[in-house]
Design a protein around this ligand. Structure first.
Ligand SMILES: [Zn+2]
Length: 214
């Protein structure tokens, strides 16, 4: 589960800021309630096991599908770099969203004349809702994205030149996914019609890429 620890800690600072009767300013309070560095480090630690597991599965799938990647592990440099870049991007995106959300919650609390206790409850409730949402994102979207990124990296390393987008061919497939599938085989360095180089192209995307040397 996601840890609300850093925010809980920071809320002590929020109360101190409030009681010291400093500027009653949403930006200042949001900054006091949220330690960006601690939060980003916690987010990276939390998503790492998801990405490592997925990357291992992706390597195995390429060995099974194409007979490649048997010499690669999740600790091979180019895989490790790829996963670290995704960890950092995820942590930066989620932290930025949280800061905006917490700032909005505090601004709303101030506008309603709430005291620091109510404000604290409001921020914690927001953070809990966010945590559930992020756990879902980590398990589905980020894992799916890592799976496809690792497969692509192995295909390129092997000198494969073409790729094709595959969808689940049921009525839940979105139009942009189907449009990507419909173009068939394209050069590996070209984007699909949706603008994506590979799946996933939205949070609930279930698509995958196949590769070939033509
Ligand atoms: Zn899709």
């Amino acid at each position: 589960m996601w840890q609300a620890y850093s925010v809980m800690q920071s809320l002590v600072m929020l109360e101190a800021t409030w009681e010291a009767d400093l500027l009653i300013d949403a930006d200042a309070l949001a900054a006091a309630a949220f330690n960006m560095e601690v939060e980003m480090a916690a987010l990276q630690r939390t998503i790492r096991p998801f990405l490592n597991t997925t990357a291992g599965r992706a390597i195995t799938s390429m060995t099974r599908d194409y007979g490649i990647g048997a010499d690669v592990t999740i600790d091979t440099d180019f895989i490790r770099e790829l996963l670290q870049a995704q960890e950092s991007r995820f942590a930066a995106d989620v932290s930025a969203t949280s800061v905006r959300g917490i700032r909005d919650q505090i601004a709303e609390g101030i506008a309603r004349g709430e005291g620091h206790y109510q404000l604290r409850e409001r921020v914690l409730a927001y953070y809990e809702r966010q945590s559930e949402w992020r756990a879902g994102i980590a398990a589905q979207y980020e894992s799916g994205t890592a799976f496809e990124a690792v497969r692509e990296a192995l295909a390129m390393r092997q000198g494969m030149t073409h790729k094709a987008w595959n969808d689940m061919m049921d009525n839940r497939v979105e139009a942009r996914c189907r449009a990507n599938s419909n173009v068939g085989s394209i050069p590996i360095d070209q984007p699909f019609p949706s603008g994506h180089m590979r799946p996933l192209c939205h949070v609930a995307c279930r698509c995958w890429c196949t590769y070939s040397a033509e």
